[in-house]
Write a new protein. Sequence first.
Length: 238
Amino acid sequence: MKTNKKVTIISNLMLILVVAFTVVMSLVLREPTNAIVADAQIINGAYYSGNKNSKNVCLMINVYWGTEYLVDMLKILKEHNTKTTFFIGGSWASENPNILKQINEEGHEIASHGYYHKDHATLDYNRNKEEIEFCHKVVKEYTGLDMNLFAPPSGSYNKTTIEVAESLGYKTIMWTRDTIDWRDKDAKLIYNRAIKDIKGGDLILMHPTEKTRDALGEILSYIEQNNLIATTVSNTIA
């Protein structure tokens, strides 16, 4: 009886050890929430920065409004021989096809900002899909492009958003630094937020506002003078 009892105790201890080992290994081998892929920072499935080992940065411009400032901003980008990424709202594209075509014809990267500027974290799978698909359809209609980058409006997304974007062939893009130009109408403040401690891989969020237009040339000059390259999101996360 004592021998059987010892065997039972040893068996139970071994079982506990096996279970504990299994749990530990599952934690070790589990894919991390935060990952570095090709030196680009991906958090919860979304890109928050590009390749930190490169000299590339991106002034990414989200467009749902501010149409009256876009032509001037395009001129400034051309003066600096710079291509960037415009995240286009589908409803805006439907109302402004000529400027959308100009952005494309001037060699800038065009990406998706959804169709109606919805809070994607509150949308179910189908509504997330509709927002991205509708924007894709209208942009392709006017430009022939198949976009593959998606910036959630207001930076609001969840696991479902990431899953939908990936199923449609999209990478989800956030930002490294935010100029908050939509709120603070101050060119100097926008400039400082864009360039302070700027480094390779940074994704810098902007919008077509009057003061962003006023600061854009100086921001591009600072980037050039500091041996960095202003380019598209795709080039920055490569």
